[in-house]
Ligand binder design. Structure first.
Ligand code: PLP
Length: 389
């Protein structure tokens, strides 16, 4: 189906932060499969984990115990607020599970009227019906039949509107601690604290969508750790498998109390191949040196990009985001800028609010970061020359 606006570029292989076309041309990859190949392309630790599991067992179904699920769930719960985990194949399925878990919690506890899910503009939660309704972006909702009942969108950051919207029918608030697709917009710590308090006051659940911001992207394992606020439910995916399709919905035991036998399921979710790679990826990403590298290299990138903003006020309006989820708001069209960057063998992602995003692998070296800045600077020069022509 013609649903993708693809760049005229195809890659044959990847190694670390490099992608290579069939003719051997190298590109510096600051997209990383949109924050997914977080340990670089074909990371040998992940390749070995996948190969070893491929020789043993691929798939059995969730009607049996899958030892890797216990192991990865133990790691995730040991290093988060959560007590229980449901494994999915993608981020949107993790969000779907989060939303179902929230509503089921309320009906299970005798409050079936609590169905309203409050989301915010600029959010992206994936493409299932529930996910597009939760985010409310008209471009992704319209034309697909009636909007689902029980979804409310508010302006990001409008805490007064949020206070007014919370009530006895509120099931949950869903928010990305740092918006990804929306253009690397971080919710302030104070916003998250107020949301936590409002949820507690109204008996509602707080859902964090950390599909993009989680798994070390901001320099902590979870972006919400910066605020000290914990959710009741969290969706993760992307970097969790380092490029292998996997997602997970994490929850406290209380929030997940309605998710009893038969309430939910998946054929592929949590299969042995995904678990083997997920365990290897988690161990690498959770290492203090990986997270320290994110903070160091992101600090360098942020500082240099601010410098470019000062030098190119006709190109760059704003530099924002958190850690290695970096947004650069532009004056020239972001898609044109991405094409210009490709001419300089640099790959950057698009984002809302006319941003380009830099989402490099978390193990990007300082040398590679310097190269990324050089190429970004060259791209700004080309953009400036084009505007003048
Ligand atoms: N949530 C967020 C914050 C995302 O950034 C994405 C994907 O970009 C999703 C959910 C959906 O994930 P997936 O594309 O794996 O379904």
């Amino acid at each position: 189906m013609g649903v993708y606006n693809r760049a005229p570029l195809a890659f044959e292989r990847g190694e670390g932060a490099r992608l290579f076309t069939a003719d051997g041309t190298a590109y510096l990859d600051c997209v990383a499969g949109i924050a997914t190949t977080a340990l670089g392309h074909c990371n040998p630790v992940l390749v070995n984990a996948l190969k070893a599991q491929a020789d043993k067992l691929w798939h059995v179904s969730n009607i049996y115990r899958i030892p890797g699920q216990d192991e990865l769930a133990d790691k995730l719960t040991a290093q988060s607020f959560a007590d229980v985990v449901f494994f999915t194949n993608s981020g949107t399925e993790a969000v779907e599970c989060a939303l179902k878990t929230a509503r089921k919690h309320h009906s299970h506890n005798g409050n079936p009227e609590k169905i309203d899910i409050i989301g915010f503009d600029g959010s992206f939660h994936g493409r299932t019906y529930a996910a597009v309704n939760a985010a409310g972006n008209p471009a992704y909702v319209e034309g697909f039949g009636p909007k689902l009942p029980g979804y409310i969108q508010l302006k990001f950051g409008d805490m007064e509107a949020l206070k007014a919207a919370m009530g006895p029918t509120t099931a949950a608030i869903i928010i990305e601690p740092v918006q990804g697709e929306g253009g690397a917009r971080a919710a302030s710590d104070e916003m998250l604290r107020q949301m936590r308090a409002l949820c507690d006051e109204h008996g509602a659940l707080l859902i964090f969508d950390e599909v993009q911001s989680g798994m070390g992207r901001t320099g902590k394992l979870w972006a919400h750790e910066w605020s000290g606020v914990t959710p009741d439910i969290m969706a993760i995916a992307k970097a969790l498998g380092g490029g292998f399709p996997i997602g997970a919905c994490l929850a406290t035991a209380k929030a997940a109390d309605g998710m009893t036998v038969g309430a939910h399921g998946s054929t592929f979710g949590g299969n042995p191949l995904a678990m083997a790679v997920g365990i290897a990826a988690f161990d690498e990403i959770a290492k203090p040196e990986t997270l320290a590298n994110v903070i160091d290299v992101a600090g360098y990138l942020g500082q240099q990009l601010q410098g470019l903003k000062d030098r190119f006020p006709d190109v760059i309006v704003d530099v924002r985001g958190k850690g290695m989820l970096i947004g650069v708001k532009l004056i020239p069209n972001n898609r044109d800028f991405m094409a210009l960057a490709r001419e300089h063998n640099l790959l950057v992602a698009g984002g809302g609010d006319n941003c380009v995003r830099l989402l490099p692998p978390l193990n990007l070296t300082l040398d590679e970061a310097r190269e990324a800045i050089e190429k970004f600077e060259q791209t700004c020069e080309t953009a400036r020359a084009k505007a003048a022509a």
